[in-house]
Design a protein. Structure first.
Length: 256
């Protein structure tokens, strides 16, 4: 009985003769598209590797009914987006490799259907934003790789549920801090552990500190209302007071 097959071309017809396959690898097969139900006959499939091809888009229908897959490698393709249903067929998926694509758009809840995921590699893509809900359901995730992405925004709770995270890699140390994951075991943020620890220690993430920011901004504005109304301050002083305290209010609101 054959448990694995490695081919440099793709043909669903060829696969029909191997219903008991455990591992399929179509790497460097020059594949540009996969038809629906491509692996419908492989009921025992656990490891699928379609890396190093020319895939620009993959529909969830390609993987229809293959709910037992543990590992999926789609790296080194030309994927530019991940639609919300892409991983809907993989409730038992533990390893997902998407590095070295050109992904710039990721549906906010695309990973909600893979709560058992332990390893996620998104390195070397064009990801700009880490949404609030992107990793929200990945409570089993242990390794997250995001190096070589031009990330410009991270939601303050973007990594809040990654309670089992052991290894995290990113190209920017500040990104690690904003993500509130300064307690993870392994750091790879272009700095030493101590540098990372010191920088993150200075970030005001505690709720009491945030509340002070918020309260102080509101109180100072209220206290200075008479002066602002009756013109005790000059125009420049009035504007300065307002701007400074609005900034404090915004900081407190964000950190809370």
């Amino acid at each position: 009985m054959t448990h694995g097959i490695f081919l440099d071309f793709f043909s669903p017809i060829t696969l029909r003769g191997f219903p008991f396959l455990f591992h399929i690898k179509f790497s460097v097969a020059n594949i540009s598209m996969l038809p629906p139900n491509s692996f419908q006959h492989q009921k025992n499939l656990r490891f699928l590797d379609i890396s190093l091809n020319k895939l620009k888009f993959i529909s969830s229908r390609v993987f229809c009914c293959r709910k037992e897959i543990w590992s999926l490698n789609m790296s080194h393709n030309l994927l530019s987006s991940m639609q919300s249903s892409l991983l809907s067929e993989f409730p038992k998926l533990k390893y997902l490799f998407l590095h070295n694509n050109i992904i710039h758009t990721i549906a906010p809840r695309v990973f909600n259907s893979v709560p058992l995921l332990e390893v996620l590699d998104l390195q070397s893509n064009n990801i700009l934003v880490i949404d609030k809900f992107l990793f929200h359901e990945l409570i089993s995730l242990k390794i997250l790789k995001l190096k070589n992405n031009p990330i410009v925004f991270v939601h303050k709770t973007g990594f809040e549920n990654l309670v089992l995270l052991e290894t995290f890699s990113s190209s920017k140390i500040a990104f690690c801090c904003i993500g509130k994951i300064s307690q993870i075991v392994s750091f790879d943020c272009n700095s030493t552990k101590q540098e990372h620890k010191n920088l993150c220690k200075d970030m005001p993430f505690s709720r009491p500190f945030a509340f002070v920011f918020l309260t102080w901004g509101v109180l100072v504005i209220l206290i200075n209302i008479p002066s602002l109304v009756f013109g005790t301050f000059s125009g420049i002083q009035q504007i300065s007071v307002i701007v400074i305290n609005i900034v404090d209010i915004l900081k407190g609101t964000y950190l809370c």
